[in-house]
Design a protein around this ligand. Sequence first.
Ligand SMILES: CC(C)(COP(=O)(O)OP(=O)(O)OC[C@H]1O[C@@H](n2cnc3c(N)ncnc32)[C@H](O)[C@@H]1OP(=O)(O)O)[C@@H](O)C(=O)NCCC(=O)NCCS
Length: 194
Amino acid sequence: MQFRRAQTQDLNALVVLQNKNSIMLDAALDTSEGFLSSAFTAEDFAAINNDAAIIVCVDEQSDREGGRLLGFVCASTPAFNQRAGLPAAMLARFEQINFAGGKMADRPCVITGPVCVDKESRGSGIFSRLYQALFQQLSQLYPGRFELAVALVSTSNPRSLAAHKKIGMVEVDQFVFNDKTYNTIAMAIAPSVG
Ligand SMILES: CC(C)(COP(=O)(O)OP(=O)(O)OC[C@H]1O[C@@H](n2cnc3c(N)ncnc32)[C@H](O)[C@@H]1OP(=O)(O)O)[C@@H](O)C(=O)NCCC(=O)NCCS
């Protein structure tokens, strides 16, 4: 298994894995092991990868060029997230939230997610290794730029909440958007300066 930054050859596989797990595209989806609410195109994934990074986990034994996609985690900047209603609603609340020694609005954050692990590969440690590779990649690409990692998880997705809590994220906020409740979770990924 290989964990690396996404490349152009991964974009279509990212769309396929997302689409298999998105309630936006399949209202009858079995959500017992979590669900995504995104409907990104290959171009959207390329834009996210460019904005900060996408880490993929691939099985390099597979015949597919670049390996079979087993999971991915996206990361993007707050500025990038202002263009969509739901993350913008989360960010608007950062003025009121104090976390790890300061107001969230004043802290350099990276927004993580969506994150997804293919059904057959869940519970295998890929989730935490994706995040580990992501934080390593971010510190290499943007040294010292981000202090906090922040993610948005539906309250109706206890599996995702549990997985994020296992890697050290804690709940910092809860809010309602379009009649659905979301948790904002966060963790420090670099020491606060000043
Ligand atoms: C969410 C997801 C990325 C997590 O990856 P994973 O490999 O399943 O995660 P892990 O197995 O490392 O951790 C899940 C934890 O939740 C627990 N869990 C499973 N079902 C649960 C449930 N219904 N309620 C609460 N906890 C649950 C597991 O027991 C495990 O904890 P443990 O290792 O202490 O036993 C993956 O399940 C997935 O891709 N789901 C579909 C898409 C999705 O929901 N993405 C996240 C959107 S925010």
